[in-house]
Design a protein around this ligand. Structure first.
Ligand SMILES: Cc1ncc(C[n+]2csc(CCOP(=O)(O)OP(=O)(O)O)c2C)c(N)n1
Ligand SMILES: [Mg+2]
Length: 630
């Protein structure tokens, strides 16, 4: 109450409404040790209703995590660690970024998958923890939770326990106006164990947790009937308590009703600290026991542990692609999977029901399932959004290097998770195939147009669109070695000719493929080889064209100015990309030419589309000539 009041913004309702649940969970069950917030075998605690961030901060502070009372006083202020919504900070005990409702729900599912998988590979001596989460009406209304709960139930994630803040309130008022399904029945149908309790009855909360812990083969949803802003005489059970400070008068009355001193603000009784301190002995002891088990673990387990949790830089060589041969970049990527799986023990992932099309299979015939927890191929089902969140959950859990794959156009369905991977700096790999109109006959619903531009606009995400098999190998190496953020690999459906490999070219974001002085043609992916063809034609007309491959803008922009000018040259610039031209003026300049597609595509064979949309060597050469006025 005091922190929200001091900030004059924030959400007092949820923290007050879920406080009873939080206290029981943290004091009696949660296995964490404030002395090492990043202890790998800690229980994970996810606040999916991230607007209730103050509850998390309060718990961390009271439990002795390195989050001071000053941080609480500075709630929502510039430079504080107590942002409006939780922002991932493992050193402080903030497990994941939440706020976009439903994301935490899906992220927690990924954490639970990671735990099941790692426990199966490393043994329960080393991996033996749970994922607890708080979810709200908003989380359960969001579509992502439908996908994620279905997936979790199907996979029988018994170590996943969520508490539903069933308070009948959301921002616009009573949930009567929006939400009338029977949540218990819905989750039971999805193979979840459910309990329904009074969320302010601490004995009932404990009993429900005990029951959930006993169910090892299903995730659990504890439906907690609660009152938003519990204990505030006027604000309780009102939508206003969701997102408005209570006001001095209401806070005073609430404290009085609770027999709590009204002054000073931010008062914490020493007994509260000692209560949590004592309670968390459980976590301290658990970590001490774990450290001992770790020391006594056999060499194989230790070695596997280190390879998973302290991965070294890796170099994937690929089978050696012959110059002049022809192959789709999805296919050349797919040919690396065996080598990746061998060299990156934490490599795990799958697609949203498109494994055959995205060519993302690690080991044919085996899938992560209730029966096979060590399999590294995941069948996410047709659930792109939950796939995105689950991959993030695995990526930030530690020990794994996960990817998720689908058609590029369907990245729209998971964009919120993609954005969170970038915001969190999660090392998730996004594999997007069928990357342009040249997927052909499936037509404009399946043909991405604006996706490259929109992904490039996302801070901290590296978007790589390789031009051939060798660039695809380099792109995968970049993705596998990035630890502080996500990489999107944008790959073709159709075959592309393999060019001579250029060492370090992709790593620097862009490089010269063929040199020339009169004009610089800058292309990505499948448009590089046609641009080379255009340059050959232009040579016939006495125009010397340079062709630059620019697979990754972000890496290129990170190069020093000298390198960039050296690559782009001083001649007039033309960009060629079978996608929206939006953004290209940053590269070609105001007077440059951008050849692209600023409309939706069409259903036809790819060769026809190349003709119609002007992506043949001849058409590009003609446009360049016209542009140069020659
Ligand atoms: C994806 C998304 N849409 C909308 C919002 C804005 N928003 C924040 S909380 C909320 C709903 C609040 O209701 P509930 O989830 O029941 O939380 P409670 O008020 O009970 O704490 C909404 C719409 C959001 N954070 N994320
Ligand atoms: Mg609610």
């Amino acid at each position: 109450m005091d922190a929200v009041e001091a900030a004059n913004s924030g959400h007092p309702g949820m923290p007050m409404g879920m406080a009873d649940i939080a206290v029981v969970l943290w004091s009696k069950y949660l296995k964490v040790d404030p002395e090492d917030p990043q202890w790998p075998d800690r229980d994970r605690f996810v606040v999916s209703n991230g607007h209730g961030s103050m509850l998390l901060y309060a718990l961390l502070h009271l439990s002795g995590f390195p989050l001071s009372l000053d941080e609480i006083r500075n709630f929502r202020q510039w430079g504080s660690h107590t942002a409006g919504h939780p922002e991932i900070d493992h050193a402080l005990g903030i497990e994941t970024t939440t706020g976009p409702l439903g994301q935490g729900f899906g992220t927690g599912v990924g954490m639970a998958i990671a735990e099941e998988h790692l426990r199966a590979r490393l043994g329960s001596e080393l991996v033996d923890h749970r994922t607890f989460g708080f979810v709200s009406d908003g989380d359960l209304m969001e579509g992502i939770s439908a996908e994620a709960s279905s997936m979790a139930g199907h996979l029988g994630l018994g170590r996943l326990i969520y508490f539903y803040d069933d308070n009948d309130i959301s921002i616009d008022g009573s949930t009567d106006i929006t939400f009338s399904e029977t949540v218990e029945q819905r989750f039971e149908a999805l193979n979840w164990h459910t309990e329904t309790i009074d969320g302010h009855d601490r004995d009932a909360i404990a009993r429900a947790i005990d029951a959930a812990l006993a169910v090892e083969d299903k995730p659990s949803l504890i439906v907690c009937r609660t009152h938003i802003a519990h204990g505030a005489p006027k604000a309780q059970d009102t939508a206003a308590a969701h997102g408005s400070p209570l006001g001095d008068e209401e806070i005073k009355k609430t404290k009085e009703l609770m027999d709590f001193p009204t002054e000073p603000t931010f008062l914490v009784d020493e007994n509260v600290y000692s209560f949590f301190d004592e309670a968390l002995n459980r976590g301290r002891e658990a970590r001490a026991a774990w450290l001992e088990r770790f020391d006594n673990a056999d060499n194989d387990a230790r070695e596997l542990w280190n390879s998973l949790y302290e991965p070294q830089p890796v170099e994937i060589k690929g089978p050696g692609f012959e110059t002049g041969s022809s192959m789709a970049t999805r296919a050349s990527g797919g040919q690396l999977f065996e080598e990746i799986a061998e060299k990156v023990p934490g490599f795990i992932g799958g697609s949203a029901d498109l494994a055959g099309s995205t060519k993302t299979v690690i080991e044919k015939g085996r899938l992560f399932s209730v029966k096979d927890r060590t399999a590294r191929d995941l069948a996410f089902g047709i659930r792109e959004h939950a796939m995105g969140a689950a991959v993030n959950g695995m990526a930030i859990h530690g020990g794994l290097k996960p990817y998720g794959a689908t058609f590029f156009v369907f990245s729209d369905y998971m964009r919120a998770s993609l954005r969170l991977s970038a915001l969190m700096g999660a090392p998730s790999t996004w594999v997007y195939t069928h990357d342009s109109i040249f997927l052909g006959e499936d037509g404009p619903t399946h043909q991405p147009i604006e996706h490259l531009a929109s992904m490039r606009a996302m801070p901290h995400l590296w978007v790589i669109r390789p031009a051939d098999a060798n660039e695809a190998v380099a792109a995968w190496n970049i993705a596998l070695n990035r630890r502080d953020g996500p990489v999107a690999l944008v790959l073709t459906r159709q075959n592309l000719p393999t060019m001579d490999p250029v060492v370090g070219g992709v790593q620097r974001g862009g490089y010269v493929v063929t040199d020339g002085e009169d004009v610089t043609i800058i292309a990505t992916g499948s448009e590089v080889h046609v641009s080379v063809e255009a340059a050959d034609r232009l040579a016939g007309s006495g125009i010397s064209a340079r062709v630059v491959s620019l697979p990754c803008w972000e890496l290129f922009m990170d190069q020093d100015a000298d390198y960039r000018t050296q690559v782009l040259g001083t001649a007039p610039r033309v960009s060629v990309e079978a996608a929206a031209t939006f953004g290209w003026s940053a590269i070609v300049g105001d007077r440059g030419l951008s050849i692209g597609i600023d409309r939706f595509g069409a259903s036809a064979p790819d060769t026809v589309l190349a003709e119609k949309f002007g992506f043949t060597g001849g058409a590009i050469a003609a446009r360049v000539k016209e542009f140069l006025g020659s």
